[in-house]
Design a protein around this ligand. Structure first.
Ligand SMILES: C[S@@+](CC[C@H](N)C(=O)[O-])C[C@H]1O[C@@H](n2cnc3c(N)ncnc32)[C@H](O)[C@@H]1O
Length: 330
């Protein structure tokens, strides 16, 4: 069974939290690095992190890591990867670059060299080349440079994992889903929820904190809501394995939802309440949280709320005021 080197990318300041999450998910050889966390494991581990991580943005599977003696070697390094094992010429690809490389001033240079190498290799082996599709490619290739170190990886996640799939646009300044999850973990919500506490957000906006809180408390894998992942277009994708992980997550969801306590979201804006309800439904949690139009001054716990957590992402400063999104100032 193959052993892979993975890298889960994380938003700034969330490396420690992601490290702890990966430990809880049973990953091994975990170490925090620039912009994320490395770990090793089987394909199942990479899939599991895609499905269960509440913090990561992306999960990358390293294909090649090398020290370059100059920018010319980017092409050779990429050409040495057996791309015919990863995609067919009928598929589309996108190449993305992060970091910086000695002697490379134009980031697009690395992207083009890797893309050329992939296409040349497939032309040599299969007579045809794949096309580029930057919006929705079948396979996303991630290139990372750090001085003279080059890592070429497959992006298993596809769209960033913070995009769970329950949210629609419509309200200004929502928290990203993984930031909301991080705030809840930092505030101790998983422990409070396990002890039967209530979650209350008095300025809930589009409902992100409440919905992430519900997903966490009900043991629901955030990836269960997504319809696509990057690995689904990969030639080595193991659909049987993926379906097994999904079934396991659905079983946990079914059991977890029964244990869900009270979650309340208030907002002065009727549109925000409407949007929160819609997002709750889209998250498959209709009826699992209560959203109500209520001014902050009237915010109070419900009659049966004994203990719990109040968490709020208030409107603040120039950003909101200049956008004029909040009805009552805040
Ligand atoms: C930054 S947004 C919250 C975004 C939310 N965390 C999300 O992810 O969608 C702040 C919210 O506070 C609400 N708000 C402002 N003043 C309020 C007040 N006096 N009482 C209740 N809600 C208020 C606004 O309507 C807005 O939806």
């Amino acid at each position: 069974m193959s052993d892979y080197a993975f890298f889960a990318t994380a938003p700034k300041y969330m490396g420690r939290l992601l490290t702890k999450e990966l430990e809880r998910l049973g990953m091994r050889e975990i170490s925090e690095g620039e912009g994320g966390v490395r770990f090793r494991g089987r394909l199942e581990d990479g899939y599991r992190v895609c499905l269960w991580s509440r913090i990561a943005n992306r999960v990358l599977l390293a294909l090649n890591e090398t020290r370059l003696n100059g920018p010319d070697e980017i092409y050779d390094c990429a050409l040495a990867i057996p791309w015919e094992d990863h995609l067919t010429p009928d598929q589309t690809l996108a190449v993305q670059f992060a970091g910086s490389l000695e002697g490379v001033t134009n980031r697009q240079y690395a992207v083009l060299r890797v893309k050329d190498a992939i296409c040349d290799r497939l032309v040599q082996r299969m007579g045809r080349r794949p096309n580029v599709d930057r919006q929705s490619p079948n396979l996303r290739i991630h290139v990372y440079g750090d001085q003279n170190r080059l890592i070429i990886s497959l992006d298993l996640s596809g769209e960033s994992l913070h995009q769970r799939g329950y949210r629609q646009s419509g309200l200004t300044a929502p928290l990203k889903e993984n930031l909301a999850a991080a705030l809840l973990i930092w505030a101790g919500w998983p422990q409070i929820a396990a002890a039967g506490g209530t979650l209350l957000d008095p300025m809930c906006g589009s409902g992100t904190l409440i919905i992430e809180g519900a997903l966490m408390a009900a043991d629901i894998a955030p990836g269960l809501l997504r319809s696509t992942f990057g690995f689904q277009g990969w030639l080595q994708h193991d659909e049987v394995l993926w379906q097994r992980l999904l079934s396991e997550a659905r079983l946990r969801r079914r059991a977890g939802i029964k244990r869900l306590g009270t979650l309340r979201g208030y907002d002065v804006d009727t549109n925000a309440i409407r949007l929160s309800q819609r997002h709750l439904e889209r998250a498959g949690l209709a009826g699992c949280a209560q959203f109500e139009r209520r001014e902050l001054a009237r915010c109070e716990p419900g009659p049966d709320d004994e203990e719990g957590l109040v968490i709020v992402n208030p409107p603040y400063g120039e950003r909101i005021e200049s956008l004029n999104c909040c009805k009552s100032g805040g």
